[in-house]
Design a protein around this ligand. Structure first.
Ligand code: ZN
Length: 345
């Protein structure tokens, strides 16, 4: 396997190495640092009129809430809504949303695409239909810091089946999906399993194993606690753990409790406890889904609520190094090597 390390990968690795002993390297004035694996801010700016200037209020994410939450790195997801006309998921549309993501970074001095100070930003795709027929474009997206590729959103597409689509599936990855997943790993990026069907999960896990890559589900919780198809079974959690991967805890109430009521920070912590029991302490992370039109868990309407979540995690007995691992270090471990290319398995 040949690898060329990107400058970005090296920089992230340095951030990770410098932070091996928490709380070293955390944001100024903070006792901890946070990585959030899934935030839908570009959707708010591109489609819902939110100002890219985060010093202004307008959505879950603001400069003040990022600072108050001690956020160190955030993965901004690039999401194309259904029902777009005339060309629902065109490449042009995706590139326009990516440009919006980059414009958000440019508009806010706190944000940076070069890790080291401020809040580092990388991008993910939430659904890859727009590039389903163009896996050759993946390396150019990786160059622009798109490091995680979710295959689907709420509907089956040309690559894979979705966990949320009521129509009968086709059994996981399509042949184009298999080629796409290969291309993602070849480009040094990772597949995001959140939203994939159980069958697609199995198919991606098989290919990731061949490449020796960690499995990632950026915003999904435990199905054993809340039986929602967007959540992960214990068997899936064990598969992720054995790959060295991570699961990001989401703050969306329906993934946290099944009675349609608003969830609490205690319930997020309960899911964290379960994930840690099944996977061990090195595989749990945060993937809030803030700005994704979620039904927020109470008190977790922004990153400012992370402090309350930490109190809830303390009550679950999660403290010290496992706590710092959950908040930041597990995610940095998985994200740091990304962007290095390998030409073959
Ligand atoms: Zn999502």
């Amino acid at each position: 396997m040949r690898r060329a390390t990107s400058a970005f990968g090296i920089a992230l690795a340095l951030v990770a190495a410098g932070c091996a002993k928490p709380p070293a390297g955390v944001p100024e004035g903070c006792a901890y640092g946070v990585v959030d694996l899934h935030v839908d801010l570009p959707f708010q700016v591109h489609y819902r009129g939110r100002s890219p200037d985060l010093s202004q209020p307008g959505s879950d994410v603001t400069t003040a809430s990022l600072r108050a939450g001690c956020v160190q790195l955030v993965v901004l997801s690039l999401f194309l809504p259904t029902g777009l006309r005339p060309r629902p998921h065109s490449l042009d549309e995706l590139l326009a949303v990516l440009a919006t993501g980059e414009a958000i970074v440019a508009a806010n001095p706190l944000l940076t695409l070069s890790p080291g100070s401020g809040v580092s930003v990388v991008f993910s795709l939430e659904g890859s239909q727009a590039v389903a027929a163009r896996p050759d474009l993946i390396p150019s997206l990786v160059q622009r810091r798109v490091l995680l590729f979710g295959l689907v959103h709420a509907h089956h597409n040309d690559l894979a089946d979705s966990s949320s689509d009521p129509h009968p599936g086709r059994g996981g990855l399509t042949p184009a999906g298999e080629r796409f997943v290969d291309a993602v790993y070849r480009a040094g990026a990772l597949v995001d399993l959140s939203h994939a069907s159980d069958e697609a999960f199995e198919d991606v896990a098989r290919i990731a194993h061949q490449w020796g890559r960690p499995l990632v589900a950026t915003h999904s919780n435990a199905r054993a606690i809340t039986p929602h198809r967007r959540n992960l079974t214990d068997a899936q959690l064990r598969t992720i753990a054995s790959s060295g991967g991570i699961v990001g805890l989401a703050f969306h109430s329906p993934f946290l409790r099944h009675d349609r009521k608003q969830a609490t920070a205690n319930q997020v912590a309960g899911h964290a406890r379960h994930l840690m029991e099944v996977m061990g302490p090195s595989h749990v992370a945060i993937g809030s889904d803030l700005d994704g039109l979620i039904h927020h868990a109470a008190g977790l309407e922004s990153h400012q609520g992370i402090a309350a979540l930490i109190s809830a995690l303390h009550r679950q007995g999660i403290d010290g190094e496992p706590l710092h691992a959950l908040l930041r270090d597990n995610a940095l471990r998985v994200l740091a090597p990304l962007g290095r290319r390998s030409r073959r398995r």
